[in-house]
Design a protein around this ligand. Structure first.
Ligand SMILES: C[S@@+](CC[C@H](N)C(=O)[O-])C[C@H]1O[C@@H](n2cnc3c(N)ncnc32)[C@H](O)[C@@H]1O
Length: 273
């Protein structure tokens, strides 16, 4: 059965997310987003034309980045771990957000600005890691990138784990094992933001698989099989690990069946953080 989802976050009201007085009421959200897009893409010029065009295209067209900021979903989390980080776009976006907030350019209509102080990205592909490092070397956030397979990589203690469009690259057992390690790395009150394709939406899921295969081939990688689950199955897996889960549709403007799972760690015995 198809899992029921919350309303589209771009349309839903934001209960409990009142604006903080320090923020500039006059900052228009669209202008603020364009400035963030410019700021987050600019460092990629140092990593070459492909890296810059990719950064602009991905940040500009994928609805997840702006939605996370509008909703304040990255607020109050100092230590961020981005698994399957690609060329590290989130690190650059976090830096642009920190600068905008510090300069009073954060829209009052949005949730609280991200609070990242530390960023670690884990990525399998050496070329992506090289682009990430070339682009972000000068950022105050000083992001750290680890070129490794997430199935074996050590996970640092963290407050927020972000995994966007990555887990379908490994089989079901590896997905479950990684998520159990993520739960341990997060400790008490940590949060996981996991975007997945909903296998119950056959057409949207097939569209994302088709694009995945195309991109993988064009980038000259071996094309691996992919492993999906329905939203209900993802939810069950996460709840079994002690997460409280909320699901939001997250593919607006695309043909995909992407869903963002907001998974908050419920305190369990043995948590230290
Ligand atoms: C669709 S891209 C998403 C990139 C990034 N999360 C984003 O949203 O912009 C998936 C990324 O996961 C990486 N990946 C796939 N399998 C991996 C593994 N076993 N360990 C680490 N990274 C992996 C790929 O190389 C690719 O960069």
């Amino acid at each position: 059965m198809k899992q029921e989802l919350a309303e589209d976050p771009r349309e839903a009201p934001q209960p409990g997310r009142e604006a903080r007085p320090a923020r500039a009421d006059g900052v228009a959200p669209d202008a603020a987003w364009r400035a963030l897009l410019d700021g987050a893409s600019a460092p990629y010029r140092a990593a070459g034309r492909f890296a810059w065009h990719f950064a602009r295209g991905k940040l500009g067209r994928d609805p997840v980045f702006r939605a996370l900021l509008e909703r304040g979903e990255l607020a109050g989390r100092a230590r961020v771990l981005d698994i399957g980080c690609g060329q590290g776009l989130l690190a650059s976006l976090l830096q642009a957000c920190a600068e905008a907030a510090a300069q009073g350019r954060w829209p009052a209509a949005w949730g609280e600005a991200p609070g990242a102080r530390q960023y670690t990205g884990i990525e399998l592909m050496t070329r992506d890691v090289a682009r990430a490092q070339a682009a972000t070397a000068g950022l105050a956030l000083a992001p750290r990138f680890v070129c490794a397979d997430m199935r074996q990589a050590e996970l640092p203690d963290c407050d927020l784990v972000v995994i966007l469009d990555v887990l379908h690259y490994v089989d079901h057992a590896a997905q479950a094992a990684l998520l159990a390690r993520v739960r341990s790395a997060l400790g008490r009150r940590g949060r996981l933001l996991l975007r997945v394709g909903d296998m119950d939406d056959a057409r949207g899921f097939a569209a994302s698989q088709w694009v995945d295969r195309l991109v993988t081939t064009v980038r000259g990688h071996r094309v691996p099989p992919t492993w999906g689950r329905s939203v209900a199955q993802w939810r069950e897996l996460l709840q079994g690990l002690g997460f409280a889960v909320q699901a939001l549709p997250m593919s607006r403007g695309t043909p995909f069946a992407n869903v963002l799972l907001l998974a908050d760690a419920a305190a369990i015995d043995g948590d230290s953080a």
